[in-house]
Design a protein around this ligand. Structure first.
Ligand code: ADP
Length: 220
């Protein structure tokens, strides 16, 4: 379904969100107070305008409240980011995503009503560190503060050619296998208890962060 997005701030983060949304065929209004940045996005975004988002009259005249989703991607200027988030909230924008520079900034953005607060540098750092230290986790998504969906390569011989039921997977690991990826093409969704685990299968498992980590550590 096509949705309307307004992106305020066309730095690296806002710019890449803009390009990706356009590639997904969404409608994007790109806003920045820097004319060169706006010119860069003139032929990329659906519309691109030079405007100071800190000016409430300007924001109203751009019809910000009519967008499904507003992304506030102002970088360094924390004061501007907070003020624009607050104004977008007061105008009744249905969904606001705001980028935070640091933990304090993130807390303020959450308090004033941003629906999603992203902290790209920190989030990427955490992701990379997890991947570098994990033996078998190919990728993961944090579903909430406590739960993770992870892709784990099966390398523990003790499990090869045994069924999920025989391994007593749920009782032993406290994890649910959502799917098994086998080779390049095969995906077994919601595998039954009699499904056999083979060498180099990739298991998509859901569970608490601790249980996912314990499972990862149980690999050889
Ligand atoms: P990133 O870390 O994502 O690259 P930047 O700080 O480089 O972030 O980019 C933020 C963008 O937000 C810049 O292009 C800047 O011109 C824009 N910006 C900052 N303040 C305002 C404002 N009040 N109104 C509109 N755009 C703004």
């Amino acid at each position: 379904m096509r949705k309307t997005f307004a992106i305020i701030g066309l730095g690296r983060f806002g710019g890449s969100v803009c390009r990706t949304l356009i590639e997904s065929d969404q409608e994007v209004l790109a806003i920045d107070n820097d004319e060169d940045r706006v010119n860069e996005y003139m032929n990329i975004a659906t519309h691109a305008v030079v405007a100071n988002a800190q000016d409430e009259i300007t924001l109203r005249s751009l019809g910000l409240r009519n967008f499904d989703h507003v992304i506030i991607a102002i970088g360094e200027d924390i004061q501007a980011s907070i003020l624009v988030t607050l104004m977008a909230k007061e105008m009744g924008v249905p969904r606001i995503t705001a980028k935070a520079q640091n933990e304090y900034h993130a807390r303020v953005l959450e308090k004033i009503g941003a629906d999603v607060v992203v902290h790209p540098e920190r989030d990427m750092g955490i992701r990379l560190a997890h991947k570098l230290t994990s033996k078998n986790i190919l990728d993961f998504i944090e579903l909430s503060e406590d739960y993770t969906l992870a892709e784990v390569v099966m390398t523990n011989r003790a499990f090869f050619d045994r069924t999920i039921g025989e391994i007593n997977f749920r009782q032993n690991f406290n994890l649910t296998i959502v799917a098994i990826r086998r080779g390049k093409k095969k995906l077994i969704v919601s595998p039954a208890a009699d499904e056999r685990i083979l060498e180099d299968d990739v298991l998509l498992v859901v569970g608490t962060n601790e249980d996912v980590e314990l499972f990862d550590n149980s690999m050889e």
